[in-house]
Design a binder for this molecule. Structure first.
Ligand code: PLI
Length: 460
C-alpha cells in the first residue's frame, strides 16, 4: 500500500494559452534590450513567467461567469454590495472602500492616519507600503523577529513581531507618535513567511494598552492561515476560513491587493472598523480612485473578487496552492540550491548571496541572478534585494537589506508540476556555472520604486 498518497489540484483545465519558446541567442538579445531588468522584458518573450503572483492568477469558471453579471452603474452597483457583504462575512471588517489595487488603499490610509514625523512599525517593509508611509511623512521601523533576516533559521513563524522591539519603540518615541503598526500576513519580503495567531494576540494586547491601531496588509492572509493550520498548536482542526476570520478580527483596518489571494487579475480595497477613517477615506476615494461604490474597479471585477475571496479560503485550494510552492522548493533543496527556509507560501526565494558568493552587494547579486535565469531558460523571476530596497529619503544612501533574494513566484492555478520541474532544472543549470557569472551596475535609476524601471549593464 502507498504510505502517503500524492495530492493533485482540485480543478481541471478548460482553456489553454499557448506560450512561445525562445533560443538562448534570442534571450541574450531580449534581456540586453530590457536593460537586464526582468520587469522590462516583453511577456511574449517569456517562457514560464514567475515574476509575480500578483494579478497573474487563473480565474475559475464561476468567476468568469461572475464577470457577465457585472452591474456597470456609476453608482451603487450590486456587485459592490456583494463584495461588501463578502468582506464582512469572510474578513470581519465593517466598512469597505474599493480601490484599483493595493497601493491605492495604502495611499489613502497613509495620508489619513500618518502625520509628519510619525513612526510606523511593521513586520518588515514592503516596497509600495513603505513608500506611501514615507510620502505621508512617516518613518518605517522594522519590528519583525530577527530570524526573519536569517535565511537559515527554521523558525516556523518568521513573520512574527518582536514585541520587545515594539515596546522599545513605544518607550523611545511615545505611543502618540505611532499611528498604527502594520502587520503583513505571509510576509512577502521575508519570503512568504507567516505570523502566528498567538503573536498577533499578544501584539493586540500591547497595542490596546497604548491605544495603537493595527493595520493588516492582508494581501496573502489565506496563505498565512494555511501555515497556522499546519503549524500552530490548536489550529489543526480549524478551517482556513475560520482562521482567516480570526486573524482579521484581531486588527482594526486592512489594505488588500485582491490580485493575490483573491484570485483575480486586478483590484483592491481598504477596509476598516473605524467610522472616522471610513468617512475620511470615502472623501478621498472620489479624488484619487473613483466613486466610493467602485473605487477604480469595474462592477464585473468586484464580482470576480467577491467570488475569488470565497474560493481562496477553501482548504483544498490552499493545500494545492501552497503544495505547488513546497514541491518546487523541495526539488531545489534536493539539488543543493540555497533557498530561504522554511519554504514560503507564494514563491521560492533563492539566496543570491549564497548562490553568487563572489559578488558584493554593490554588484547586485540578486538582479544578476534573475537575469541569468532568464538567459538560461526563459523563466522570469524578480529581484528582491538592494535594488528593490531603494534609497533612504534623508541620506540618499542605498538601503542595504540583509536579504539578497530572487523570488521565484508561482501564480495561482496557472502552471503544472511539469513546469515546476523545468524551473528547478533551469536554476540548477545556472548554479552549475555560477562561478563564471559577473555582476551588474545601474545605468538608469528612477526616483521612486526603482526596481520596476531601472536599467543595468554587465560589469566587465
Ligand atoms: O500591487 P498592488 O498595488 O495591488 O499591491 C501592493 C502590495 C501590498 N502589499 C503586499 C504585501 C504586496 O505584495 C503588494 C504587491 N505585491 C506585488 C506587486 C508583488 O509582486 O509581490
Amino acid at each position: 500500500m502507498v504510505e502517503k498518497r500524492s495530492w493533485a489540484e482540485p480543478w481541471k483545465i478548460k482553456m489553454v494559452e499557448p506560450i512561445k519558446m525562445t533560443t538562448k541567442e534570442e534571450r541574450l538579445e531580449y534581456i540586453k534590450e530590457a536593460g537586464y531588468n526582468t520587469f522590462l522584458l516583453k511577456s511574449e518573450d517569456v517562457y514560464i513567467d514567475l515574476l509575480t503572483d500578483s494579478g497573474t492568477n487563473a480565474m475559475s469558471d464561476r468567476q468568469w461567469a461572475g464577470l457577465m453579471m457585472g452591474d456597470e452603474a456609476y453608482a451603487g452597483s450590486r456587485n459592490f454590495y456583494h463584495l461588501e457583504k463578502t468582506i464582512k462575512e469572510y474578513y470581519s471588517y465593517k466598512h469597505l472602500i474599493p480601490t484599483h489595487q493595493g497601493r491605492g488603499a495604502e495611499h489613502m490610509l497613509s495620508q489619513i492616519m500618518i502625520k509628519e514625523g510619525d513612526y510606523v512599525p511593521g513586520n518588515m517593509y514592503f516596497t509600495t507600503t513603505r513608500l506611501h508611509q514615507e510620502l505621508a511623512g512617516g518613518k518605517f521601523v522594522d519590528v519583525i523577529v530577527d530570524e526573519a533576516h536569517d535565511t537559515e533559521s527554521l523558525h516556523p513563524f518568521k513573520g512574527d513581531v518582536d514585541l520587545n522591539k515594539m515596546q522599545n519603540l513605544i518607550d523611545k518615541v511615545g505611543a502618540e507618535n505611532i499611528p498604527y503598526v502594520c502587520i503583513a500576513t505571509a510576509v512577502n519580503m521575508a519570503g512568504g513567511q507567516p505570523i502566528s495567531l498567538s503573536n498577533l494576540k499578544d501584539l493586540r494586547k500591547l497595542c490596546d494598552k497604548y491605544n495603537i491601531d493595527i493595520v493588516h496588509d492582508m494581501t496573502r492572509v489565506a496563505e498565512n492561515a494555511y501555515f497556522i493550520q499546519d503549524r500552530e498548536d490548536g489550529y489543526a482542526d480549524k478551517s482556513i476560513k475560520e482562521i482567516v476570520y480570526e486573524i482579521c478580527s484581531l486588527t482594526d483596518h486592512a489594505t488588500m491587493s485582491s490580485k493575490k489571494d483573491a484570485l483575480v487579475n486586478i483590484g483592491g480595497f481598504l477596509a476598516t472598523n473605524n467610522e472616522d477613517v471610513f468617512v475620511k477615506a470615502q472623501n478621498m476615494v472620489v479624488m484619487y480612485e473613483g466613486l466610493h461604490t467602485y473605487g477604480g474597479m469595474a462592477g464585473r471585477d468586484m464580482e470576480a473578487v467577491a467570488i475569488g475571496i470565497k474560493e481562496s479560503v477553501e482548504d483544498d485550494h490552499m493545500k494545492s496552492r501552497v503544495g505547488q510552492v513546497l514541491y518546487l522548493g523541495e526539488r531545489l533543496i534536493d539539488m543543493g540550491i540555497p533557498i530561504i527556509q522554511p519554504i514560503g507560501s507564494h514563491g521560492v526565494f533563492l539566496d543570491a548571496k549564497k548562490f553568487l558568493p563572489h559578488l558584493t552587494q554593490d554588484e547586485l547579486p540578486a538582479q544578476t541572478l534573475a537575469s541569468e535565469i532568464y538567459i538560461e531558460s526563459g523563466v522570469r523571476t524578480m529581484e528582491r534585494g538592494i535594488v528593490s530596497a531603494g534609497r533612504n529619503k534623508e541620506t540618499g544612501e542605498h538601503y542595504r537589506p540583509a536579504l539578497e533574494l530572487v523570488r521565484v513566484t508561482i501564480p495561482r492555478r496557472v502552471y503544472t508540476q511539469a513546469h515546476m520541474d523545468v524551473v528547478a532544472e533551469s536554476i540548477a543549470d545556472v548554479f552549475a556555472r555560477r562561478d563564471n557569472i559577473k555582476g551588474l551596475k545601474f545605468t538608469y535609476e528612477p526616483e521612486y520604486l526603482r526596481f520596476f524601471q531601472a536599467r543595468f549593464e554587465p560589469l566587465q
